[in-house]
Design a protein around this ligand. Structure first.
Ligand code: ADP
Ligand code: MG
Length: 585
Protein backbone atom coordinates (compact mmCIF):
# COMPACT_ATOMS: atom_id res chain seq x y z
CA UNK A 1 0.00 0.00 0.00
CA UNK A 2 2.85 2.36 0.84
CA UNK A 3 4.25 2.30 -2.72
CA UNK A 4 1.16 3.97 -4.15
CA UNK A 5 0.86 7.69 -4.84
CA UNK A 6 -1.16 9.56 -2.19
CA UNK A 7 -4.26 9.82 -4.39
CA UNK A 8 -4.15 6.14 -5.36
CA UNK A 9 -3.49 5.29 -1.74
CA UNK A 10 -6.63 7.11 -0.73
CA UNK A 11 -8.62 5.28 -3.39
CA UNK A 12 -7.21 1.96 -2.25
CA UNK A 13 -8.06 2.81 1.33
CA UNK A 14 -11.66 3.49 0.29
CA UNK A 15 -11.88 0.23 -1.64
CA UNK A 16 -10.55 -1.68 1.35
CA UNK A 17 -12.94 -0.06 3.80
CA UNK A 18 -15.88 -0.54 1.50
CA UNK A 19 -15.14 -4.18 0.82
CA UNK A 20 -14.69 -4.91 4.51
CA UNK A 21 -17.86 -3.02 5.34
CA UNK A 22 -19.65 -5.26 2.86
CA UNK A 23 -19.16 -8.16 5.26
CA UNK A 24 -20.68 -6.30 8.18
CA UNK A 25 -23.61 -4.80 6.31
CA UNK A 26 -25.77 -7.95 6.24
CA UNK A 27 -25.87 -7.83 10.02
CA UNK A 28 -27.59 -4.46 10.24
CA UNK A 29 -30.15 -5.82 12.70
CA UNK A 30 -27.51 -7.06 15.09
CA UNK A 31 -25.52 -3.86 14.68
CA UNK A 32 -28.62 -1.86 15.52
CA UNK A 33 -29.15 -4.01 18.59
CA UNK A 34 -25.54 -3.43 19.59
CA UNK A 35 -25.84 0.30 18.91
CA UNK A 36 -28.96 0.50 21.08
CA UNK A 37 -27.21 -1.19 23.95
CA UNK A 38 -24.22 1.08 23.45
CA UNK A 39 -26.49 4.10 23.60
CA UNK A 40 -28.08 2.75 26.75
CA UNK A 41 -24.69 2.11 28.30
CA UNK A 42 -23.48 5.61 27.47
CA UNK A 43 -26.66 7.08 28.95
CA UNK A 44 -26.29 5.04 32.14
CA UNK A 45 -22.66 6.08 32.55
CA UNK A 46 -23.62 9.72 31.97
CA UNK A 47 -26.57 9.30 34.34
CA UNK A 48 -24.37 7.94 37.11
CA UNK A 49 -22.08 10.94 36.72
CA UNK A 50 -25.10 13.22 36.78
CA UNK A 51 -26.57 11.86 40.05
CA UNK A 52 -23.25 11.55 41.82
CA UNK A 53 -23.17 15.22 42.93
CA UNK A 54 -26.70 15.37 44.38
CA UNK A 55 -26.20 11.98 46.04
CA UNK A 56 -22.96 13.04 47.75
CA UNK A 57 -24.59 16.28 48.78
CA UNK A 58 -27.75 14.56 50.07
CA UNK A 59 -26.12 11.70 51.92
CA UNK A 60 -22.85 13.06 53.24
CA UNK A 61 -23.57 16.79 53.63
CA UNK A 62 -27.34 16.99 54.30
CA UNK A 63 -27.44 13.50 55.91
CA UNK A 64 -30.83 12.67 54.34
CA UNK A 65 -32.11 9.12 54.97
CA UNK A 66 -34.53 9.21 52.00
CA UNK A 67 -31.70 9.80 49.54
CA UNK A 68 -29.63 7.05 51.15
CA UNK A 69 -32.57 4.63 50.73
CA UNK A 70 -32.98 5.70 47.13
CA UNK A 71 -29.29 4.98 46.51
CA UNK A 72 -29.50 1.54 48.10
CA UNK A 73 -32.61 0.62 46.15
CA UNK A 74 -31.99 2.50 42.90
CA UNK A 75 -28.29 1.96 42.25
CA UNK A 76 -28.35 -1.85 42.12
CA UNK A 77 -31.04 -1.60 39.48
CA UNK A 78 -28.89 0.80 37.47
CA UNK A 79 -25.86 -1.46 37.81
CA UNK A 80 -27.77 -4.51 36.65
CA UNK A 81 -29.02 -2.55 33.66
CA UNK A 82 -25.46 -1.43 32.93
CA UNK A 83 -24.23 -4.99 33.14
CA UNK A 84 -26.91 -6.20 30.72
CA UNK A 85 -26.12 -3.38 28.27
CA UNK A 86 -22.40 -4.03 28.48
CA UNK A 87 -22.83 -7.74 27.96
CA UNK A 88 -25.22 -7.22 25.09
CA UNK A 89 -23.03 -4.84 23.13
CA UNK A 90 -19.82 -6.79 23.59
CA UNK A 91 -21.50 -10.10 22.84
CA UNK A 92 -23.37 -8.75 19.85
CA UNK A 93 -20.29 -7.15 18.36
CA UNK A 94 -18.30 -10.35 18.87
CA UNK A 95 -21.11 -12.17 17.08
CA UNK A 96 -20.92 -9.74 14.17
CA UNK A 97 -17.12 -10.07 14.07
CA UNK A 98 -17.26 -13.85 14.04
CA UNK A 99 -20.02 -13.96 11.45
CA UNK A 100 -18.14 -11.58 9.15
CA UNK A 101 -14.96 -13.61 9.45
CA UNK A 102 -16.81 -16.87 8.92
CA UNK A 103 -18.14 -15.49 5.64
CA UNK A 104 -14.73 -14.12 4.62
CA UNK A 105 -13.14 -17.50 5.29
CA UNK A 106 -15.81 -19.26 3.27
CA UNK A 107 -15.39 -16.75 0.42
CA UNK A 108 -11.62 -17.25 0.49
CA UNK A 109 -11.94 -21.02 0.36
CA UNK A 110 -14.48 -20.84 -2.44
CA UNK A 111 -12.46 -18.24 -4.31
CA UNK A 112 -9.18 -20.16 -4.34
CA UNK A 113 -11.07 -23.07 -5.87
CA UNK A 114 -12.30 -20.84 -8.69
CA UNK A 115 -8.82 -19.58 -9.54
CA UNK A 116 -6.65 -21.11 -12.22
CA UNK A 117 -3.48 -23.12 -11.77
CA UNK A 118 -1.51 -19.97 -12.60
CA UNK A 119 -2.46 -18.55 -9.18
CA UNK A 120 -0.72 -21.47 -7.49
CA UNK A 121 2.43 -20.90 -9.51
CA UNK A 122 2.67 -17.39 -8.15
CA UNK A 123 1.54 -17.86 -4.57
CA UNK A 124 3.05 -20.16 -2.01
CA UNK A 125 0.52 -22.24 -0.15
CA UNK A 126 2.03 -21.23 3.19
CA UNK A 127 1.54 -17.58 2.24
CA UNK A 128 -2.13 -18.17 1.53
CA UNK A 129 -2.40 -20.12 4.79
CA UNK A 130 -0.84 -17.36 6.81
CA UNK A 131 -3.32 -14.87 5.34
CA UNK A 132 -6.24 -17.12 6.10
CA UNK A 133 -5.15 -17.72 9.68
CA UNK A 134 -3.13 -14.75 11.01
CA UNK A 135 -4.48 -11.91 8.98
CA UNK A 136 -8.04 -13.03 9.40
CA UNK A 137 -7.65 -13.04 13.18
CA UNK A 138 -6.58 -9.40 13.02
CA UNK A 139 -9.49 -8.55 10.77
CA UNK A 140 -11.86 -10.25 13.16
CA UNK A 141 -10.70 -8.24 16.13
CA UNK A 142 -10.91 -5.05 14.07
CA UNK A 143 -14.46 -5.73 12.93
CA UNK A 144 -15.41 -6.42 16.52
CA UNK A 145 -13.59 -3.62 18.34
CA UNK A 146 -13.86 -0.70 15.95
CA UNK A 147 -17.60 -0.25 16.58
CA UNK A 148 -17.11 -0.83 20.30
CA UNK A 149 -14.39 1.80 20.55
CA UNK A 150 -15.78 3.98 17.82
CA UNK A 151 -19.43 4.08 18.83
CA UNK A 152 -19.75 2.92 22.41
CA UNK A 153 -16.79 4.79 23.77
CA UNK A 154 -17.34 7.93 21.74
CA UNK A 155 -20.95 8.00 22.97
CA UNK A 156 -19.81 7.48 26.56
CA UNK A 157 -17.25 10.26 26.32
CA UNK A 158 -19.79 12.60 24.74
CA UNK A 159 -22.44 11.88 27.36
CA UNK A 160 -19.99 12.26 30.26
CA UNK A 161 -18.56 15.48 28.92
CA UNK A 162 -22.08 16.72 28.31
CA UNK A 163 -22.88 16.17 31.96
CA UNK A 164 -19.62 17.84 32.99
CA UNK A 165 -20.63 20.93 30.99
CA UNK A 166 -23.99 20.89 32.66
CA UNK A 167 -22.37 20.76 36.08
CA UNK A 168 -19.78 23.46 35.45
CA UNK A 169 -18.92 24.56 31.94
CA UNK A 170 -15.75 26.44 32.84
CA UNK A 171 -14.31 23.41 34.56
CA UNK A 172 -15.46 21.23 31.71
CA UNK A 173 -13.46 23.30 29.26
CA UNK A 174 -10.24 22.48 31.10
CA UNK A 175 -10.85 18.77 30.81
CA UNK A 176 -11.36 19.20 27.08
CA UNK A 177 -7.65 19.96 26.72
CA UNK A 178 -7.24 16.25 26.53
CA UNK A 179 -9.24 15.86 23.33
CA UNK A 180 -6.94 17.48 20.74
CA UNK A 181 -4.01 15.53 22.16
CA UNK A 182 -5.97 12.31 21.68
CA UNK A 183 -6.62 13.33 18.11
CA UNK A 184 -2.96 14.07 17.57
CA UNK A 185 -1.93 10.68 18.87
CA UNK A 186 -4.51 9.06 16.60
CA UNK A 187 -2.98 10.71 13.57
CA UNK A 188 0.75 10.63 14.20
CA UNK A 189 1.30 6.95 14.66
CA UNK A 190 -1.23 5.67 12.15
CA UNK A 191 0.99 5.47 9.08
CA UNK A 192 3.90 4.03 11.02
CA UNK A 193 1.71 1.34 12.46
CA UNK A 194 0.16 0.34 9.18
CA UNK A 195 3.54 0.00 7.52
CA UNK A 196 5.12 -1.95 10.36
CA UNK A 197 2.04 -4.10 10.66
CA UNK A 198 1.91 -5.04 6.99
CA UNK A 199 5.64 -5.74 6.95
CA UNK A 200 5.29 -8.01 9.94
CA UNK A 201 2.43 -9.84 8.22
CA UNK A 202 4.74 -10.60 5.30
CA UNK A 203 7.31 -12.06 7.67
CA UNK A 204 4.70 -14.16 9.44
CA UNK A 205 3.99 -15.77 6.11
CA UNK A 206 7.72 -16.31 5.63
CA UNK A 207 7.87 -18.05 9.00
CA UNK A 208 4.95 -20.33 8.28
CA UNK A 209 6.57 -21.16 4.95
CA UNK A 210 9.75 -22.26 6.67
CA UNK A 211 7.76 -24.46 9.02
CA UNK A 212 5.85 -26.01 6.15
CA UNK A 213 8.97 -26.61 4.10
CA UNK A 214 10.72 -28.46 6.91
CA UNK A 215 7.63 -30.43 7.89
CA UNK A 216 7.06 -31.60 4.34
CA UNK A 217 10.67 -32.22 3.50
CA UNK A 218 11.69 -33.77 6.80
CA UNK A 219 13.16 -36.93 5.23
CA UNK A 220 15.49 -34.88 3.03
CA UNK A 221 16.27 -32.46 5.87
CA UNK A 222 17.41 -35.35 8.03
CA UNK A 223 19.15 -37.41 5.36
CA UNK A 224 21.26 -34.44 4.25
CA UNK A 225 21.92 -33.08 7.74
CA UNK A 226 20.20 -29.92 6.61
CA UNK A 227 18.81 -29.21 10.11
CA UNK A 228 21.34 -26.55 11.14
CA UNK A 229 21.03 -24.66 7.88
CA UNK A 230 17.24 -24.78 8.04
CA UNK A 231 17.30 -23.56 11.64
CA UNK A 232 19.73 -20.75 10.79
CA UNK A 233 17.52 -19.60 7.91
CA UNK A 234 14.48 -19.78 10.13
CA UNK A 235 16.17 -17.64 12.77
CA UNK A 236 16.76 -14.85 10.28
CA UNK A 237 13.05 -14.56 9.58
CA UNK A 238 12.12 -15.03 13.19
CA UNK A 239 14.47 -12.24 14.29
CA UNK A 240 13.21 -9.97 11.54
CA UNK A 241 9.68 -10.57 12.73
CA UNK A 242 10.62 -9.56 16.25
CA UNK A 243 12.15 -6.33 14.94
CA UNK A 244 9.13 -5.39 12.83
CA UNK A 245 6.72 -6.31 15.56
CA UNK A 246 8.60 -4.12 18.05
CA UNK A 247 8.46 -1.25 15.57
CA UNK A 248 4.71 -1.68 15.41
CA UNK A 249 4.41 -1.99 19.17
CA UNK A 250 6.49 1.12 19.80
CA UNK A 251 3.98 3.11 17.82
CA UNK A 252 0.98 1.20 19.12
CA UNK A 253 1.78 1.23 22.84
CA UNK A 254 2.87 4.82 23.16
CA UNK A 255 -0.62 6.26 23.04
CA UNK A 256 -1.72 4.46 26.24
CA UNK A 257 0.98 5.82 28.57
CA UNK A 258 0.81 9.29 26.99
CA UNK A 259 -2.93 9.36 27.62
CA UNK A 260 -2.32 8.17 31.16
CA UNK A 261 0.14 10.96 31.84
CA UNK A 262 -2.13 13.54 30.32
CA UNK A 263 -5.14 12.29 32.29
CA UNK A 264 -3.12 12.55 35.50
CA UNK A 265 -2.02 16.10 34.72
CA UNK A 266 -5.55 17.22 33.93
CA UNK A 267 -6.81 15.59 37.12
CA UNK A 268 -4.21 17.50 39.13
CA UNK A 269 -5.39 20.67 37.40
CA UNK A 270 -8.96 19.88 38.37
CA UNK A 271 -7.99 19.19 41.99
CA UNK A 272 -5.98 22.40 42.20
CA UNK A 273 -8.66 24.62 40.72
CA UNK A 274 -11.46 22.76 42.47
CA UNK A 275 -9.68 23.05 45.82
CA UNK A 276 -9.26 26.78 45.35
CA UNK A 277 -12.91 27.16 44.37
CA UNK A 278 -14.02 25.20 47.42
CA UNK A 279 -11.83 27.32 49.70
CA UNK A 280 -13.33 30.45 48.14
CA UNK A 281 -16.80 29.00 48.62
CA UNK A 282 -17.74 29.23 44.95
CA UNK A 283 -18.04 25.43 44.54
CA UNK A 284 -19.57 22.83 46.79
CA UNK A 285 -17.62 19.72 47.77
CA UNK A 286 -20.36 17.59 46.23
CA UNK A 287 -20.03 19.31 42.86
CA UNK A 288 -16.31 18.81 42.99
CA UNK A 289 -16.57 15.07 43.60
CA UNK A 290 -19.24 14.75 41.01
CA UNK A 291 -17.01 16.52 38.55
CA UNK A 292 -13.87 14.52 39.17
CA UNK A 293 -15.93 11.32 39.11
CA UNK A 294 -17.29 12.34 35.72
CA UNK A 295 -13.84 13.04 34.42
CA UNK A 296 -12.59 9.63 35.51
CA UNK A 297 -15.61 7.91 33.96
CA UNK A 298 -14.95 9.59 30.61
CA UNK A 299 -11.28 8.83 30.83
CA UNK A 300 -11.22 5.05 30.29
CA UNK A 301 -13.23 5.10 27.05
CA UNK A 302 -11.07 7.99 25.88
CA UNK A 303 -8.03 5.77 26.23
CA UNK A 304 -9.77 3.16 24.13
CA UNK A 305 -10.46 5.76 21.47
CA UNK A 306 -6.77 6.55 21.28
CA UNK A 307 -6.24 2.84 20.56
CA UNK A 308 -8.83 2.94 17.84
CA UNK A 309 -6.28 3.84 15.23
CA UNK A 310 -3.87 1.09 16.14
CA UNK A 311 -6.64 -1.47 15.79
CA UNK A 312 -7.85 0.04 12.54
CA UNK A 313 -4.39 0.18 10.98
CA UNK A 314 -3.55 -3.36 11.97
CA UNK A 315 -6.89 -4.59 10.74
CA UNK A 316 -6.64 -2.78 7.41
CA UNK A 317 -3.12 -4.02 6.77
CA UNK A 318 -4.38 -7.54 7.38
CA UNK A 319 -7.52 -7.02 5.33
CA UNK A 320 -5.48 -5.74 2.41
CA UNK A 321 -3.59 -9.04 2.32
CA UNK A 322 -6.80 -11.04 2.35
CA UNK A 323 -8.42 -8.76 -0.19
CA UNK A 324 -5.46 -9.24 -2.55
CA UNK A 325 -6.47 -12.88 -2.78
CA UNK A 326 -10.17 -12.16 -3.10
CA UNK A 327 -9.54 -9.79 -5.99
CA UNK A 328 -7.44 -12.32 -7.91
CA UNK A 329 -9.09 -13.24 -11.21
CA UNK A 330 -8.96 -16.67 -12.83
CA UNK A 331 -6.50 -16.68 -15.72
CA UNK A 332 -8.61 -19.18 -17.61
CA UNK A 333 -11.84 -17.41 -18.47
CA UNK A 334 -14.91 -19.50 -19.21
CA UNK A 335 -17.21 -17.85 -21.73
CA UNK A 336 -20.77 -16.98 -20.82
CA UNK A 337 -22.15 -19.00 -23.71
CA UNK A 338 -20.47 -22.37 -23.86
CA UNK A 339 -21.12 -25.32 -26.14
CA UNK A 340 -22.95 -28.29 -24.76
CA UNK A 341 -20.74 -31.40 -24.72
CA UNK A 342 -22.93 -34.01 -23.03
CA UNK A 343 -21.50 -36.42 -25.51
CA UNK A 344 -17.89 -36.57 -26.68
CA UNK A 345 -16.20 -38.83 -29.19
CA UNK A 346 -12.79 -38.05 -27.80
CA UNK A 347 -10.99 -36.52 -30.76
CA UNK A 348 -8.06 -34.29 -29.87
CA UNK A 349 -6.40 -31.80 -32.17
CA UNK A 350 -3.59 -29.33 -31.59
CA UNK A 351 -3.31 -26.63 -34.28
CA UNK A 352 -0.10 -24.61 -34.17
CA UNK A 353 -0.09 -24.40 -30.39
CA UNK A 354 2.46 -22.13 -28.75
CA UNK A 355 2.91 -21.91 -25.02
CA UNK A 356 5.16 -20.02 -22.67
CA UNK A 357 5.04 -20.10 -18.88
CA UNK A 358 4.58 -16.56 -17.50
CA UNK A 359 7.73 -16.84 -15.40
CA UNK A 360 9.88 -18.04 -18.31
CA UNK A 361 11.44 -16.26 -21.26
CA UNK A 362 11.51 -19.19 -23.64
CA UNK A 363 8.56 -21.01 -25.14
CA UNK A 364 7.97 -24.58 -23.96
CA UNK A 365 5.71 -25.58 -26.85
CA UNK A 366 6.49 -24.35 -30.35
CA UNK A 367 3.95 -24.46 -33.16
CA UNK A 368 2.73 -27.86 -32.09
CA UNK A 369 0.21 -29.62 -34.34
CA UNK A 370 -1.13 -33.17 -34.14
CA UNK A 371 -4.38 -35.12 -34.22
CA UNK A 372 -5.49 -38.03 -32.07
CA UNK A 373 -8.55 -39.88 -33.34
CA UNK A 374 -11.36 -41.04 -31.03
CA UNK A 375 -10.43 -44.28 -29.31
CA UNK A 376 -6.76 -44.06 -30.17
CA UNK A 377 -3.97 -44.63 -27.71
CA UNK A 378 -1.41 -41.89 -28.22
CA UNK A 379 1.90 -41.73 -26.42
CA UNK A 380 4.22 -38.79 -25.86
CA UNK A 381 7.84 -39.55 -25.24
CA UNK A 382 10.90 -37.38 -25.00
CA UNK A 383 13.52 -36.17 -22.57
CA UNK A 384 12.32 -34.62 -19.32
CA UNK A 385 11.57 -30.96 -19.73
CA UNK A 386 10.50 -31.42 -23.35
CA UNK A 387 6.91 -30.30 -22.58
CA UNK A 388 4.95 -33.54 -22.12
CA UNK A 389 3.22 -32.54 -18.89
CA UNK A 390 2.52 -29.13 -20.37
CA UNK A 391 0.52 -30.82 -23.14
CA UNK A 392 -1.51 -32.81 -20.59
CA UNK A 393 -2.23 -29.61 -18.64
CA UNK A 394 -3.33 -27.81 -21.79
CA UNK A 395 -5.78 -30.64 -22.45
CA UNK A 396 -7.25 -30.12 -18.98
CA UNK A 397 -7.33 -26.41 -19.76
CA UNK A 398 -5.32 -25.52 -16.69
CA UNK A 399 -4.10 -22.67 -18.89
CA UNK A 400 -4.63 -21.49 -22.47
CA UNK A 401 -2.15 -21.47 -25.37
CA UNK A 402 -0.66 -18.07 -26.17
CA UNK A 403 -1.55 -18.80 -29.80
CA UNK A 404 -2.93 -21.69 -31.79
CA UNK A 405 -5.94 -23.85 -30.99
CA UNK A 406 -6.72 -26.94 -29.02
CA UNK A 407 -9.81 -28.68 -30.38
CA UNK A 408 -11.79 -31.39 -28.67
CA UNK A 409 -14.20 -33.11 -31.11
CA UNK A 410 -13.78 -30.12 -33.44
CA UNK A 411 -14.88 -27.69 -30.71
CA UNK A 412 -12.39 -24.98 -29.93
CA UNK A 413 -11.57 -25.68 -26.31
CA UNK A 414 -12.12 -22.00 -25.52
CA UNK A 415 -15.83 -22.49 -26.32
CA UNK A 416 -16.22 -25.19 -23.69
CA UNK A 417 -16.94 -24.97 -20.02
CA UNK A 418 -13.94 -26.19 -18.05
CA UNK A 419 -16.15 -28.15 -15.62
CA UNK A 420 -17.96 -29.94 -18.50
CA UNK A 421 -14.66 -30.62 -20.19
CA UNK A 422 -12.99 -32.12 -17.13
CA UNK A 423 -16.08 -34.25 -16.52
CA UNK A 424 -15.00 -36.25 -19.58
CA UNK A 425 -11.37 -36.55 -18.54
CA UNK A 426 -9.48 -38.80 -16.19
CA UNK A 427 -6.02 -37.95 -14.97
CA UNK A 428 -3.34 -40.07 -13.37
CA UNK A 429 -0.08 -38.37 -12.47
CA UNK A 430 3.23 -39.49 -11.16
CA UNK A 431 2.63 -38.40 -7.60
CA UNK A 432 -0.76 -39.15 -6.18
CA UNK A 433 -2.59 -36.75 -3.96
CA UNK A 434 -4.60 -38.55 -1.31
CA UNK A 435 -7.15 -36.75 0.83
CA UNK A 436 -7.78 -37.30 4.54
CA UNK A 437 -10.65 -39.66 3.92
CA UNK A 438 -11.46 -43.32 3.37
CA UNK A 439 -10.18 -45.42 0.49
CA UNK A 440 -13.72 -45.48 -0.89
CA UNK A 441 -14.00 -41.69 -0.82
CA UNK A 442 -10.56 -41.24 -2.31
CA UNK A 443 -11.44 -43.46 -5.25
CA UNK A 444 -14.83 -41.84 -5.86
CA UNK A 445 -13.85 -38.16 -5.76
CA UNK A 446 -14.61 -37.87 -9.48
CA UNK A 447 -17.80 -39.93 -9.21
CA UNK A 448 -19.42 -39.35 -5.83
CA UNK A 449 -22.05 -41.93 -5.00
CA UNK A 450 -20.53 -44.75 -7.04
CA UNK A 451 -21.65 -48.14 -5.79
CA UNK A 452 -19.36 -50.46 -3.88
CA UNK A 453 -19.47 -52.89 -6.81
CA UNK A 454 -18.22 -50.19 -9.19
CA UNK A 455 -15.46 -49.16 -6.79
CA UNK A 456 -14.36 -52.77 -6.43
CA UNK A 457 -14.39 -53.27 -10.18
CA UNK A 458 -12.19 -50.21 -10.68
CA UNK A 459 -9.86 -51.26 -7.87
CA UNK A 460 -9.51 -54.77 -9.30
CA UNK A 461 -8.76 -53.32 -12.70
CA UNK A 462 -6.09 -51.09 -11.18
CA UNK A 463 -4.63 -54.07 -9.35
CA UNK A 464 -5.46 -52.39 -6.03
CA UNK A 465 -8.23 -54.59 -4.64
CA UNK A 466 -5.89 -57.06 -3.01
CA UNK A 467 -3.89 -54.58 -0.96
CA UNK A 468 -7.01 -52.60 -0.05
CA UNK A 469 -8.81 -55.64 1.37
CA UNK A 470 -5.66 -56.61 3.24
CA UNK A 471 -5.91 -53.38 5.28
CA UNK A 472 -7.79 -53.64 8.60
CA UNK A 473 -10.84 -51.61 7.53
CA UNK A 474 -10.65 -52.41 3.83
CA UNK A 475 -12.34 -49.74 1.75
CA UNK A 476 -13.22 -47.81 4.93
CA UNK A 477 -9.56 -47.39 5.90
CA UNK A 478 -8.57 -43.76 6.42
CA UNK A 479 -5.85 -42.41 4.14
CA UNK A 480 -4.11 -39.05 3.95
CA UNK A 481 -1.75 -37.38 6.34
CA UNK A 482 -3.19 -38.88 9.51
CA UNK A 483 -4.25 -42.14 7.91
CA UNK A 484 -2.58 -45.27 6.67
CA UNK A 485 0.65 -44.65 4.79
CA UNK A 486 0.85 -46.29 1.40
CA UNK A 487 3.80 -47.08 -0.81
CA UNK A 488 4.34 -45.14 -4.02
CA UNK A 489 3.06 -48.03 -6.11
CA UNK A 490 -0.04 -48.47 -3.94
CA UNK A 491 -0.84 -44.79 -4.17
CA UNK A 492 -0.48 -44.92 -7.92
CA UNK A 493 -2.84 -47.87 -8.20
CA UNK A 494 -5.44 -45.93 -6.20
CA UNK A 495 -4.98 -43.02 -8.57
CA UNK A 496 -5.60 -45.31 -11.52
CA UNK A 497 -8.74 -46.70 -9.89
CA UNK A 498 -9.84 -43.12 -9.25
CA UNK A 499 -9.44 -42.27 -12.93
CA UNK A 500 -11.02 -45.37 -14.45
CA UNK A 501 -14.12 -45.37 -12.24
CA UNK A 502 -15.00 -42.11 -14.00
CA UNK A 503 -15.04 -44.02 -17.31
CA UNK A 504 -13.68 -40.88 -18.92
CA UNK A 505 -13.89 -40.35 -22.67
CA UNK A 506 -10.29 -39.11 -22.56
CA UNK A 507 -7.80 -40.67 -20.20
CA UNK A 508 -4.61 -38.75 -19.43
CA UNK A 509 -1.76 -40.77 -18.00
CA UNK A 510 1.28 -38.69 -17.04
CA UNK A 511 3.94 -41.23 -16.13
CA UNK A 512 1.10 -43.05 -14.43
CA UNK A 513 2.88 -46.34 -13.99
CA UNK A 514 6.33 -45.02 -13.22
CA UNK A 515 6.09 -46.02 -9.54
CA UNK A 516 5.13 -49.60 -10.31
CA UNK A 517 7.42 -52.54 -10.71
CA UNK A 518 7.52 -54.10 -14.14
CA UNK A 519 5.13 -56.94 -13.24
CA UNK A 520 2.41 -54.66 -11.80
CA UNK A 521 3.00 -52.21 -14.59
CA UNK A 522 2.19 -54.82 -17.16
CA UNK A 523 -0.95 -55.98 -15.38
CA UNK A 524 -2.15 -52.41 -14.85
CA UNK A 525 -1.37 -51.56 -18.42
CA UNK A 526 -3.39 -54.54 -19.57
CA UNK A 527 -6.25 -53.53 -17.25
CA UNK A 528 -6.30 -49.99 -18.58
CA UNK A 529 -6.39 -51.23 -22.14
CA UNK A 530 -9.23 -53.63 -21.31
CA UNK A 531 -11.43 -51.18 -19.45
CA UNK A 532 -10.84 -48.25 -21.68
CA UNK A 533 -11.28 -49.68 -25.09
CA UNK A 534 -13.34 -47.17 -27.04
CA UNK A 535 -11.81 -44.25 -25.15
CA UNK A 536 -9.02 -41.93 -26.15
CA UNK A 537 -5.86 -42.35 -24.13
CA UNK A 538 -3.03 -39.84 -23.98
CA UNK A 539 -0.10 -41.30 -22.16
CA UNK A 540 3.24 -39.91 -21.23
CA UNK A 541 5.75 -42.55 -20.37
CA UNK A 542 9.34 -42.70 -19.52
CA UNK A 543 9.79 -46.38 -20.09
CA UNK A 544 9.41 -46.97 -23.80
CA UNK A 545 8.34 -50.57 -23.16
CA UNK A 546 4.97 -49.22 -22.01
CA UNK A 547 4.27 -47.36 -25.23
CA UNK A 548 5.11 -50.06 -27.79
CA UNK A 549 1.45 -50.90 -28.33
CA UNK A 550 0.32 -47.31 -28.73
CA UNK A 551 -1.45 -46.47 -31.99
CA UNK A 552 0.69 -43.39 -32.35
CA UNK A 553 3.84 -42.23 -30.68
CA UNK A 554 4.85 -38.58 -30.66
CA UNK A 555 8.48 -37.87 -29.95
CA UNK A 556 8.99 -34.44 -28.41
CA UNK A 557 12.20 -32.50 -28.38
CA UNK A 558 12.35 -29.08 -26.71
CA UNK A 559 8.66 -28.44 -27.25
CA UNK A 560 8.63 -29.51 -30.89
CA UNK A 561 7.52 -32.70 -32.57
CA UNK A 562 10.63 -34.50 -33.71
CA UNK A 563 9.05 -37.72 -34.98
CA UNK A 564 5.62 -39.34 -35.20
CA UNK A 565 4.66 -42.94 -35.89
CA UNK A 566 4.16 -46.41 -34.46
CA UNK A 567 6.88 -48.18 -32.53
CA UNK A 568 8.03 -50.08 -35.63
CA UNK A 569 7.87 -47.05 -37.89
CA UNK A 570 9.90 -44.98 -35.46
CA UNK A 571 12.53 -47.67 -35.06
CA UNK A 572 12.80 -47.85 -38.82
CA UNK A 573 13.35 -44.08 -38.93
CA UNK A 574 16.59 -44.58 -37.08
CA UNK A 575 16.28 -41.19 -35.38
CA UNK A 576 15.59 -39.73 -31.90
CA UNK A 577 13.25 -42.56 -30.90
CA UNK A 578 15.69 -45.22 -31.93
CA UNK A 579 18.33 -43.47 -29.85
CA UNK A 580 16.09 -43.32 -26.76
CA UNK A 581 15.08 -46.94 -27.29
CA UNK A 582 18.62 -48.18 -27.51
CA UNK A 583 19.65 -46.18 -24.47
CA UNK A 584 16.93 -47.98 -22.47
CA UNK A 585 17.44 -51.54 -23.64
N1 ADP B 1 4.79 -23.89 -13.70
C1 ADP B 1 5.87 -23.71 -14.46
N2 ADP B 1 6.45 -22.50 -14.52
C2 ADP B 1 7.53 -22.29 -15.27
N3 ADP B 1 8.12 -23.22 -16.01
C3 ADP B 1 7.61 -24.46 -16.01
C4 ADP B 1 6.46 -24.77 -15.24
N4 ADP B 1 6.17 -26.07 -15.42
C5 ADP B 1 7.09 -26.55 -16.28
N5 ADP B 1 7.96 -25.58 -16.64
C6 ADP B 1 9.09 -25.73 -17.59
O1 ADP B 1 8.57 -26.08 -18.84
C7 ADP B 1 9.37 -27.07 -19.47
C8 ADP B 1 8.52 -28.29 -19.82
O2 ADP B 1 8.04 -28.86 -18.63
P1 ADP B 1 7.14 -30.17 -18.62
O3 ADP B 1 6.03 -30.01 -19.57
O4 ADP B 1 6.79 -30.46 -17.20
O5 ADP B 1 8.17 -31.26 -19.17
P2 ADP B 1 8.09 -32.84 -19.15
O6 ADP B 1 6.78 -33.25 -18.59
O7 ADP B 1 8.28 -33.22 -20.56
O8 ADP B 1 9.24 -33.31 -18.32
C9 ADP B 1 10.50 -27.37 -18.49
O9 ADP B 1 11.62 -26.64 -18.91
C10 ADP B 1 10.00 -26.86 -17.17
O10 ADP B 1 11.05 -26.40 -16.39
MG1 MG C 1 6.34 -34.34 -16.85
Amino acid sequence: MQELAPQAQKERFKVLLKSLFGYVKPHKGKMLQAAASMLLLAAIRGGIVYVMGPVIQGVFVDKRMDILSMVVIGLPFLFVLKMVAEYTNTYTMSWVGQRAVQKIREDLFTHIHRLSIEFYWRRRSSDVMSRVINDLTNVQSTVQFIPLYGIRDVLTVVSCIGVLFYIDWQFALISLVILPVTGLLLGIFGKKMRRASSESNVIVSEISHKFQESLQGITVVKAFNYEDQAIAKFKVSNDAYFGKMMRYLRAATISGPVMELLGGLVLIGIIYMGGKAIFAGTMSTATFFSFSGGFLTAYMPLKNISNLNSKLQQGLAAWERIYQILEEKPAVVVKHETKNIDHLDGKIEFQGVNYKYPSRDTQVLKDLSFTIKPGEVAAFVGPSGSGKTTIIHLLLRFFDPISGRVNIDDHDMLDLDTTDLREHMGLVTQDTILFDDTVYKNITIGRPGATMAEVEEAARAADAHAFITAMPQGYETMLGERGVKLSGGQRQRLAIARAIIKKPKILLLDEATSNLDTASEQSVQAAIERILSGRTVVMVAHRLSTVRNADKIFVLKKGELAETGTHEELLALNGVYKGLYEAQS
